[in-house]
Design a protein around this ligand. Structure first.
Ligand SMILES: [Zn+2]
Length: 215
């Protein structure tokens, strides 16, 4: 894996501005403490300081962005990659692929945060009954689609990227094809066994009080 870099103050200021302008707000200390009180979350390794996170809510869904950056320490977590997820209550419906802290880290995290925001902001409604559609898991690891949970009609699914603007689709296509090329290279070199989907090696936090999870 390429060397991890630390985003500069300018990059973080730019990132913060991009997100704030689009209606994200920083996850506050109070909220952070509530999650710990309610769920007794235990990190895999002891952590000092609080990581800078942003949240955006619309249409009953919430986007959360974790930057790995710890402002009070003036540094980032050692090994973590940045994360973007979409939640409904406490249920994580979607984890974007982790963003590693390589050269384009801040830029890529901003793009993916904005794309997740657009998914939530333009959450599709069912073409048949008009209800909000839900995020459902596809058969391929990490794949998602929109599904109507209403059973008064036959099952209706819509593609995950359905309401994204053209620029967002283009950006996703660029990173998806880069990923395909990377995978093909590994396969040609007989190294494909090292590609473990990040979904299986997530941070490893445990929830001490799962009865308090909000569904
Ligand atoms: Zn429906």
């Amino acid at each position: 894996m390429p060397k991890q870099i630390l985003p500069s103050h300018e990059e973080l200021a730019w990132f913060t501005q991009v997100l704030i302008r689009r209606g994200f707000r920083p996850v506050s200390m109070v909220e952070f403490r509530k999650v710990f009180e309610r769920l007794v979350i235990i990190p895999p390794t002891p952590r000092i300081g609080r990581e800078l996170g942003f949240t955006f809510s619309a249409n009953g869904l919430e986007v959360v962005v974790w930057t790995t950056f710890v402002p009070e320490a003036g540094k980032a977590r050692d090994q973590d990659a940045g994360w973007i997820l979409i939640k409904e209550g406490d249920q994580v419906k979607y984890f974007a692929r982790p963003v590693h802290r390589t050269k384009h880290y801040v830029h890529r995290l901003a793009w993916l945060a904005c794309i997740a925001r657009l998914r939530v902001l333009d959450r599709p409604t069912c073409p048949s009954c008009g209800a909000y559609m839900d995020i459902a898991m596809g058969e391929v690891v990490k794949s998602r689609y929109w599904r109507c949970r209403n059973r008064v009609h036959k099952q209706i699914n819509l593609p995950w990227d359905i309401n994204l603007p053209v620029e967002a689709k283009r950006y996703l296509e660029r990173i998806r094809s880069a990923r395909r090329r990377y995978r093909d290279t590994l396969r040609r070199e007989g190294r494909d066994e090292v590609v473990i989907p990040a979904v299986f090696k997530r941070r490893g936090w445990t929830v001490g009080k799962s009865e308090n999870l909000k569904r």
